[in-house]
Write a protein that binds this ligand. Structure first.
Ligand SMILES: [Zn+2]
Length: 284
């Protein structure tokens, strides 16, 4: 009788250990970790230490072993600076995905970016999470920092804009997007201010009519989290059913805060937890 009880206990213990291991494995498999670098601004006069800071970020990110790295725009000020950035970023161990910023793509030169980096809007997959990279520079003209009203896009870029929105509208029918457990968006420019931050200029956000068009499509895709940059200030806020994760800059601080990068842990249920990682001792 005692032997039988001991056997039952043993079987139960083994079953418990197996179940726990399986659950742990499943959780580990579905957890996705991302490192987000933003606004590296190589070649920018206001950021003489931009290249050194980026090197530090690359090293710190490698130590953290993320599943993927994203660079959410304002990579460099000209094609030569892009090459310098690429030379530093090639030391990343995890795969790197770029999104263009308004210092990379202006109102009528998207082809130059495409020649250097490939597609400016596309999707990529990490485990069961689908990422949608959007070119926010096709959703407004951000050439003028001081513009009081959002300036229009030139007609040829307006056509590019319509093509991208059409692509975004049809993503739901595509296999990869359909089977993804979670869809996360990435773009340079946030769609909304954060309670007036940084300031009321249209330069800081996506403005109408693009804002309403984009928001409709993001909701259609079931996107609940957007990874963005442009503000050089790490913050997380919620607007219209989407959480906006703004990564800090590695290059310079027009609005205070700390130079650094962001990491995101994406849980199996699609929740995103952002941590801001400062670059110790970095100067702008
Ligand atoms: Zn920017």
């Amino acid at each position: 009788m005692q032997i039988k009880a001991a056997l039952v206990l043993l079987v139960r213990s083994v079953a418990y250990v197996c179940a726990t291991t399986l659950i742990l494995c499943a959780v580990t498999l579905a957890q996705v970790t991302i490192a987000q670098i933003s606004d590296t601004h190589i070649g920018e006069k206001r950021a003489p230490h931009a290249a050194d800071n980026l090197k530090m970020a690359v090293q710190m990110i490698n130590d953290r072993h993320p599943d993927a790295v994203i660079l959410s725009g304002d990579i460099g000020e000209n094609p030569e600076a892009w090459e310098k950035a690429k030379g530093i970023l090639k030391h990343l161990k995890a795969p790197l995905y770029y999104a263009p910023g308004n210092h990379d793509v202006h109102s009528s030169d998207v082809d130059r970016y495409r020649g250097a980096f490939g597609k400016d809007y596309y999707t990529f997959r990490v485990k069961d999470v689908e990422f949608v990279v959007i070119d926010s520079e096709l959703l407004g003209n951000f050439d003028s920092y001081d513009a009081k009203k959002p300036p229009p896009l030139p007609p040829a870029t307006e056509e590019e804009s319509e093509r991208m929105l059409d692509w975004l509208g049809h993503l739901r029918d595509e296999g990869d997007t359909r089977t993804a457990r979670t869809i996360i968006g990435i773009q340079h420019i946030p769609v909304f201010h954060d309670r007036g931050f940084p300031d009321p200029k249209p330069y800081w956000v996506i403005n109408d009519p693009y804002r309403s068009k984009e928001m409709k499509l993001l909701h259609q895709l079931g996107i609940k989290h957007m990874l963005v940059g442009h503000w050089h200030n790490g913050r997380v806020f919620e607007r219209e059913g989407i959480t906006w994760h703004v990564a800090p800059s590695t290059s310079w601080l027009p609005w205070g805060g700390e130079l650094g990068f962001a990491t995101q842990s994406i849980s199996p249920d699609g929740d995103v937890h952002t941590e801001f990682v400062p670059l110790p001792g970095a100067t702008q």
